[in-house]
Design a protein around this ligand. Structure first.
Ligand code: NAD
Length: 298
């Protein structure tokens, strides 16, 4: 292994070398935080490309083989693959090795880790609040996490030493680390991330269904439609998995959006312009304040 003792993490194993896994590997290499990086995935083409690009040093399809001498394992696969991936990595995870992840929902990650890992106190769940609608190693870049937040959701039983090391790892990617309870994270993200994705998918479908042979509504779609629906170009598989792994919170958020739409619909039916103005103005004020306070990011 091409490592020196200067690296805080000698051997990092990245399971799922996609946009997120690839970007973490790039950022940590760039920061000199990791020595050797092993990539694990399913597609030979993606893994070969990741090696060519210098994102990983070598790769295998075999999770158990990859992790047997790992110091830290990063799980960066879609939520639907968690159960299988954690079961496989638990087979040969060495004693004392730390595990972190990048999954978009945290309670599910914790439940899976508890079910499979020999020592769940060495699992430190994480969710970097950064991404694009692109997938795969080719789309990854070292600066993805710079000045973005990364939420860690440790349990009371999480090892303090493990937490500190994983916190240092995510900080080395350039992100600001925030600590939060997993359930609180899942509720919050259902509102600000998962619901917008579902709404974007729903809007595109609603418009799509209005088209026919003679009449293509997308022909007339402009900037507003493009802005609102950018995230409907995200990976359908990834978003299916996120939605399924955060069901109760997401159902509550859909009810909240539905209630807002019903209120607007009522105002429209009644020709109540004042009511619409009030609803639109409250939303504009909240969004403007968010941009001013947070620059549009968490
Ligand atoms: P991606 O599709 O770019 O990468 C996922 C990688 O995992 C792919 O290379 C795929 O081949 C691999 N993979 C899938 N199933 C696997 C399995 N069973 N074993 C091994 N490898 C497998 O997706 P991504 O955007 O990098 O997302 C990865 C994780 O990060 C997801 O859990 C996602 O919810 C989370 N996340 C995504 C974003 C985002 O905006 N894209 C942001 C934060 C967190």
């Amino acid at each position: 292994l091409s490592t020196t003792s200067e690296h805080p993490v000698k051997h990092l194993v990245v399971i799922g070398v996609g946009l997120i896994g690839g970007s973490v590997a790039r950022a940590l290499k760039h920061a000199g935080f990791v020595g050797h990086v092993t990539g694990v995935g399913r597609s030979r083409e993606n893994l070969d490309r990741a090696r060519e690009l210098g994102i990983i040093d070598h790769w295998t399809h075999d999770i158990a083989e990859a992790v047997h001498d790992a110091d830290v394992v990063l799980v960066a696969v879609p939520m639907g693959a968690y159960d299988r991936v954690f079961a496989e990595l638990a087979i040969s995870l060495p004693k004392g090795a730390l595990v972190t992840d990048a999954g978009s929902t945290k309670q599910h990650a914790i439940d899976v880790a508890r079910r499979h890992l020999p020592d769940p106190s060495l699992f430190v769940p994480a969710h970097p609040i950064a991404g694009t609608e692109q997938s795969g190693a080719e789309a990854s870049f070292a600066e993805l996490f710079e000045d973005r937040s990364c939420i860690l959701t440790p349990e009371p039983s999480t090892s303090l030493k493990a937490f500190d090391k994983v916190k240092a790892l995510w900080s080395a990617t350039g992100s600001h680390v925030i600590e939060m309870d997993a359930r609180q994270h899942d509720d919050l993200l259902a509102a600000v991330s998962h619901l917008p994705h579902l709404a974007a998918f729903a809007l595109v479908n609603a418009v799509r269904k209005q088209g026919d042979e003679q009449h293509d509504p997308f022909k007339f779609a402009a900037g507003g439609f493009r802005d609102f629906t950018r995230i409907a170009s995200s990976s359908p598989e990834m978003w299916r998995d996120i939605a399924i792994s955060n069901r109760p919170a997401l159902v509550k958020e859909i009810d909240a959006l539905q209630a807002e739409l019903v209120e607007m619909k009522k105002a429209l039916i009644n020709g109540d312009g004042d009511k619409l103005l009030k609803l639109f103005s409250a939303a504009k004020k909240a969004r403007d304040e968010w941009l001013e306070k947070h620059g549009g990011s968490l």
